[in-house]
Design a protein around this ligand. Structure first.
Ligand code: SF4
Length: 402
């Protein structure tokens, strides 16, 4: 039997050459491979996949719009939600949501992500109404939003199947799912942090339903709430197995738990090196997922830059609005010129992409870089402003479509 070092080297060499590694090998590499060797293998995989454009790293301009913080699911890591009877609950009206969509278009944004609580009254009709109004007003905006958890919730409220819920919101204007709510898919850590959410298996089943209906998605992972190394690798294995069947996950986006203002009270957090190792391992292990995104929003700009040398090909977004991880303490901010400089500082050529990762423009000459600092992360925040918010006493559900 090969000794551990030669076993690790053989697995890394095979991965770097494009071979598949097993979950057992993935765990051993994640725990024991030298950091730089792991990063080099991941970078080799990225370079081969993007041969001819391997010098590029992409970003997108988008806005997260939060429609309500009222939520029945009470995840322990969440600093954003308010329970249904809480005075802290609010709901944003459609007029204000449309205004924010218009502002996104004016600032060059191409995508909006809706994030919100599992409101006890929000069924399929609520989302149909919202998405169709947005598409009517701004057909150029891509609606890349929600995930299997919202589908599970809205189909329960409307008493329809998840298939019907996906089909109807897709017809109303949802282009793709953002894959929020994956958190940690294995049962033990998921129950520990989100006991009222659907199981990880159910989350994946619903994403598979969506993929089979032609609605693609990204997928995420929340690191640092007390999960084990083996559970992190199991999360990746569960995603890879579904992806082998559907090919519907466009990207994998791990991000780190933020410790403020939530019920877990910052008990554990992922370290920077653990994050880099996970990015590299994801690039090697998820050989069927095209894009790996480094999250500078939760880990910081410098670590974001490093991820581009550990297998990531995308640095996320200039996020014109973000409230969910910000509520839990994520303080990193950026603007468009700075994000471009971050990518260039990693020895990559920055390129703006759209939701399906088509390149919209390449910033190959600093002389022509945009200087408009209006395109800035956290242009607005529900934490900062009360615009368009109905407090709980006057909450009302938007009228149903048609
Ligand atoms: S993470 Fe989402 S589902 Fe969980 S409590 Fe927060 S808003 Fe609700």
């Amino acid at each position: 039997m090969a000794n551990p070092t030669s076993r690790l080297t053989a697995a890394l060499d095979r991965a770097a050459e494009g071979g598949r590694i097993t979950p057992e090998e993935a765990l051993e590499l994640y725990r024991d491979a030298p950091l730089h060797a792991l990063g080099q293998a991941a970078d080799a995989v990225r370079r081969r996949r993007y041969a001819g454009r391997e010098n590029l790293a992409t970003y997108i301009i988008e806005r997260n719009i939060n429609y309500t913080n009222v939520c029945v699911t009470a995840c322990k890591f969440c600093a954003f939600y308010a329970p249904p009877k809480s005075e802290a609950g609010w709901e944003r009206d459609l007029e204000e949501i449309l205004r924010r969509c218009g502002e996104t278009v004016e600032l060059g944004g191409t995508q909006i992500m809706f994030q919100g609580g599992h409101h006890p009254d929000h069924g399929v009709e609520y989302y149909e109404r919202m998405f169709s109004e947005i598409k009517k007003a701004y057909p150029e905006l891509v609606i890349h939003s929600l995930g299997a958890s919202e589908v599970a919730h809205m189909s329960k409220v409307s008493e329809v199947s998840p298939e019907e819920a996906v089909r109807r919101i897709h017809e109303a204007g949802l282009d793709s799912f953002a894959g929020a709510g994956a958190e940690l898919l294995p049962e033990r850590p998921r129950k520990a942090i989100a006991p009222l959410k659907e199981s990880g298996e159910r989350w994946l089943e619903i994403m598979e339903i969506a993929h089979n209906l032609g609605v693609e998605s990204t997928t995420t992972m929340l690191m640092g709430t007390g999960e084990t190394n083996a559970e992190r690798i199991e999360h990746l294995r569960m995603i890879r197995d579904v992806q082998d069947r559907t090919g519907g996950f466009r990207a994998f986006i791990p991000y780190t738990y933020q410790p403020e203002n939530n019920a877990l009270k910052g008990r554990t957090q992922a370290t920077s090196l653990e994050y880099l190792r996970l990015i590299a391992l994801a690039r090697i292990f998820l050989d069927n997922v095209a894009h790996i995104q480094g999250s500078w929003l939760t880990t910081g700009k410098e670590l974001g830059q490093l991820t581009l040398h550990y297998g990531a090909d995308d640095l996320g977004s200039v996020m014109l609005e973000e409230n969910v991880v910000s509520s839990a303490g994520a303080k990193h901010r950026s603007n468009l010129p700075e994000l471009i400089e971050l990518i260039r500082g990693s020895d990559r050529v920055p390129a703006q992409r759209n939701t399906t990762y088509e390149i919209l423009r390449v910033h190959d000459d600093p002389a022509h870089d945009p200087v408009d600092e209006k395109v800035v992360s956290h242009l607005s925040s529900t934490v900062d402003s009360g615009e368009g918010i109905r407090k709980r006493r006057s909450l009302k559900v938007l009228p149903t479509a048609g």
